[in-house]
Design a protein around this ligand. Structure first.
Ligand code: AMP
Length: 295
């Protein structure tokens, strides 16, 4: 595996790969890698002869400074895991490399519409603008054929699909020097621990007792999934929220059922649309998110 820290060095390698007509799969991450991340690398490797992974803890997507400061960093272990999984290139840029003009003055505005007004959009102001900012930059740098994302971050997947749509729309300012079509977005299922807890880099920050409580989020989502056909969303959400607090969660940002394509919130079961349960809750200062498709 080649590790590169600069955009110039990465471009040189990727230009060469494209010249020999190799397709490129790209897996962006924030590091502290776990089997969920590695499943994305494996999928990319099956579909493309060349796989690039990036590790960059993007400051502009953290609305909470403490969350950024405490984000786990395990670069040496990550390199070993990526090497074992035969990743071709690890892109490991610095903040200055990604944001040469600094962080302060840039106020991106991506028109994400409803996607930015609900769930994590509402609870983490500016978060998805930061996500779009870094993903747009990374996509322009890597210019992959396929982008690999995890369903674990369900709303983020919809946001990034929307970003790609904006970049590919010829009438948008973002379409400059970006091909009109062709970037595939591949979404992999969520990797879970045996007790149901979705794997997440933030799980490393859970105390032993919090780790015991954490699977309740999956159990409550299952409860909603199993009971939604015969019950209204409101009563189920009230029960699930109370159950999470009773289990030991310190704060519940949301438990909701939504249209999986649009994230419009739903009150009642609708067999004609794909539905998803989404939840975000805190154990102390660790915020966990998860989701489950209903049908
Ligand atoms: P992150 O490092 O948290 O930014 O995640 C990088 C990518 O890995 C994102 O596309 C995530 O959705 C994906 N990912 C994170 N956790 C999991 C998981 N448990 N299963 C599958 N993919 C995941």
């Amino acid at each position: 595996m080649i590790i590169v820290k600069t955009i110039a060095a990465l471009r040189q390698i990727l230009d060469h790969q494209r010249n020999i007509t190799q397709t490129i799969g790209f897996v962006p991450t924030m590091g502290a890698l776990h089997p969920g991340h590695l499943s994305l690398i494996e999928t990319s490797r099956k579909l493309h002869p060349f796989t690039v992974c990036s590790i960059f803890v993007n400051p502009t997507q953290f609305n909470d400074h403490q969350d950024f400061d405490k984000y786990p960093v395990t670069i040496d272990k990550d390199c070993l895991l990526l090497e074992q999984h035969q990743t071709d290139v690890l892109f490991l840029p610095s903040v200055v490399e990604m944001y040469p003009d600094g962080l302060g003055l840039q106020k991106p505005h991506y028109d994400l519409g409803h996607l930015e007004m609900v769930l994590d959009g509402a609870h983490r102001p500016g978060h998805f603008q930061g996500v779009c900012q870094v993903v747009e930059r990374l996509l322009r740098i890597v210019q992959p054929d396929e982008l690999f994302l995890g369903q674990k971050d369900f709303q983020q997947c919809l946001v990034i699909k929307k970003l790609v749509g904006i970049m590919e729309d010829a009438s948008s300012d973002l379409s400059a020097q970006w091909p009109a079509a062709g970037l595939k977005v591949n979404i992999s299922p969520t990797f879970r621990e045996p007790d149901g807890l979705a794997m997440s880099s933030r799980n490393a920050r859970l105390s032993e007792s919090a780790r015991q409580i954490a699977p309740a989020i999956f159990q409550q989502m299952m409860m909603l999934k199993d009971n939604f056909l015969l019950n209204d969303a409101k009563s189920l959400i009230t029960s699930a929220t109370q159950n999470l607090l009773n289990a030991g969660f310190t704060k519940v940002d949301y438990v909701e059922i939504a249209n999986a394509a649009t994230l419009e919130l739903l009150d009642a079961f609708d067999a004609n649309i794909k539905m998803v349960v989404l939840a975000a809750a805190f154990l102390g200062d660790v915020r966990l998110i998860d989701n489950l498709l209903i049908n």
